[in-house]
Design a protein around this ligand. Structure first.
Ligand SMILES: Cc1cc2nc3c(=O)[nH]c(=O)nc-3n(C[C@H](O)[C@H](O)[C@H](O)COP(=O)(O)OP(=O)(O)OC[C@H]3O[C@@H](n4cnc5c(N)ncnc54)[C@H](O)[C@@H]3O)c2cc1C
Length: 462
């Protein structure tokens, strides 16, 4: 969120992440063109002004903030070139949102290869966080589909591809904007016959059954995810509703719908008109909503046709829903632990329950093989993402405890969601940090690119 958008000459604005928890003031400059971006970045290098590219601000914490420096609003970089679409390659500027891209490519029979749970992220943000989707177990992260990046560093623009400079390319995937500003990228898309999803919905009684069913579904479903009821305790701990699906083929649609097989209707509609003065997402309401959600899902529902928007982006149906958490905001605690560390997932839920912190949303997924990026978050194992209001007292020590439990299990937290990790844990969670630091030092030796997050967790690493 940016309180007011300014131009090059205007004073600082308050900038925060999606969780609205720790805003900081920076000069926000609207990038008018790729040339303008290069002027700004090179100028920042010359004047040693801290700088950071920003997309749609969907990272939850302080990764897209740069207190006292210059935040480059890259969203006007919105060009989409579809000349090579027959080959499934699209050339996009860094500020293009997945939403805008899908409006162009779905009617032509293509889908993004990997998508996060919202379409309101930019290609620059997706690359910087090397985002993952419900298909990671099968298709990997976003980086696997990026063929070329035009990166702007303090010494100017540079073309980066996995073959030409693999170190810089992979340091940029998951590099959280700290290797430069992404001006443009070539992305390989996924061919689809329809804009519908064929979905099976399955209930699981507890965490063991949930994990077993998710594991069993790896081979048969491209997309899988479990919505876990973290209010359920004891023998019901981890009870969940699994959503398993793939793109529907033309032959899956009723004959009457086939003429409009590739129609795309994005999510949208109602919004939260103002920020309430208190957190409206309360534990009792969460527990009741979870109960309803679990009961509503029948034991097994097979072969249901859903739109792309309702399968991938249910949260996008309500605009600005993050405001519901009130002035203190919220965080999403997302971690991954390797296969074999299943008990850590249970321990995390139990620790939250013991502290009476009920996540308003909990999503469990399986990750497949990691990307080569040294700072890329996904690696083979279980990932749990938990939305937690920051209005309750004593959240910080509980989350610190979770970090220790996750680190002990050789796991890590996701920097795109983080706003509070302690610096001493960064190296433990990201053991290839050194490799990444060497690349960063090559392209940005004085550390002009910097974020509040990096100052908090990484500054001591330079
Ligand atoms: C509802 C919701 C669901 C989500 N689900 C998922 C999910 O399933 N999987 C997942 O992986 N993530 C998920 N996310 C997180 C989101 O995908 C990432 O935080 C993504 O980076 C946000 O993109 P953005 O354009 O909003 O970037 P911002 O939040 O603006 O920035 C994020 C980072 O990218 C950098 N950056 C942005 N643009 C550029 C650029 N042009 N050049 C260089 N660096 C840049 C910034 O410096 C910052 O470090 C979700 C977020 C929300 C709100």
């Amino acid at each position: 969120m940016i309180d007011s958008v300014t131009d090059d000459r205007v004073a600082a604005s308050l900038v925060s992440g999606w969780g609205r928890a720790s805003p900081s003031a920076a000069r926000v400059v609207t990038v008018r063109s790729r040339r303008h971006l290069e002027e700004l970045v090179v100028g920042a290098g010359r004047s040693a002004t801290p700088v950071l590219a920003r997309g749609l601000g969907r990272s939850y914490g302080d990764a897209a903030q740069c207190a006292g420096g210059m935040v480059l609003d890259c969203t006007p970089l919105g060009a989409i070139a579809i000349e090579d679409l027959d080959e499934g390659i699209v050339r996009v500027e860094g500020g293009v949102s997945l939403d805008a891209l899908l409006r162009e490519v779905v009617p032509r029979g293509w889908f993004v290869p990997v998508t996060p749970g919202t379409a309101h992220v930019t290609v620059g943000g997706a690359i910087a966080a090397d985002v993952h989707g419900k298909n990671h177990h099968r298709d990997g992260a976003f980086g696997s589909y990026v063929q070329r990046i035009e990166l702007v560093t303090p010494s100017g623009g540079v073309e980066v591809a996995p073959a030409s400079d693999p170190e810089l390319f992979w340091a940029t995937l998951g590099g959280m904007g700290l290797t430069g500003a992404i001006a443009e990228a070539d992305v390989r898309l996924h061919r689809i016959e329809t804009s519908r999803m064929l979905v099976d919905t399955v209930r699981a009684r507890d965490l063991d059954e949930c994990m077993e069913k998710l594991s069993d579904s790896d081979a048969s479903y491209r997309y899988s995810v479990a919505w876990v009821d973290c209010a359920a305790r004891g023998s019901r701990l981890g009870r969940s509703v699994l959503s398993l699906g793939d793109h529907a083929a033309l032959s899956d649609l009723p004959a009457a719908d086939r003429a409009k097989a590739l129609d795309y209707r994005p999510s949208g509609g109602i919004g939260v008109p103002f920020a309430p003065p208190v957190n409206l997402v309360q534990p009792m309401a969460i527990a009741a909503a979870n109960e309803l959600w679990y009961r509503k899902a029948r034991l097994h529902r097979a072969g249901e046709l859903q739109s792309l928007a309702s399968f991938f982006y249910p949260l996008d149906a309500v605009r600005d829903w993050n405001r519901l958490y009130g002035p203190r905001g919220f965080t999403q605690y997302q971690f991954v632990v390797p296969f074999g560390a299943e008990e850590t997932v249970r321990t995390v839920i139990e620790l939250l329950q013991a502290a009476r912190l009920t996540p308003s949303l909990a999503v469990l997924k399986r990750f497949g093989k990691a990307d080569p990026g040294p700072m890329s978050f996904p690696s083979a194992g279980w990932t749990l993402a938990l939305d937690i209001a920051l209005s309750a007292r004593d959240v910080a020590p509980v989350l610190d405890r979770l970090d220790d439990v996750v680190a002990d299990a050789q796991g890590r937290v996701y920097l795109a969601k983080d706003g509070r990790l302690r610096p001493e844990l960064l190296r433990e969670m990201y053991p290839r940090l050194e490799e990444w630091l060497a690349v960063r030092a090559r392209v940005d030796p004085t550390g002009v690119f910097v974020s509040d997050q990096w100052r908090r967790v990484g500054a001591s690493e330079r």
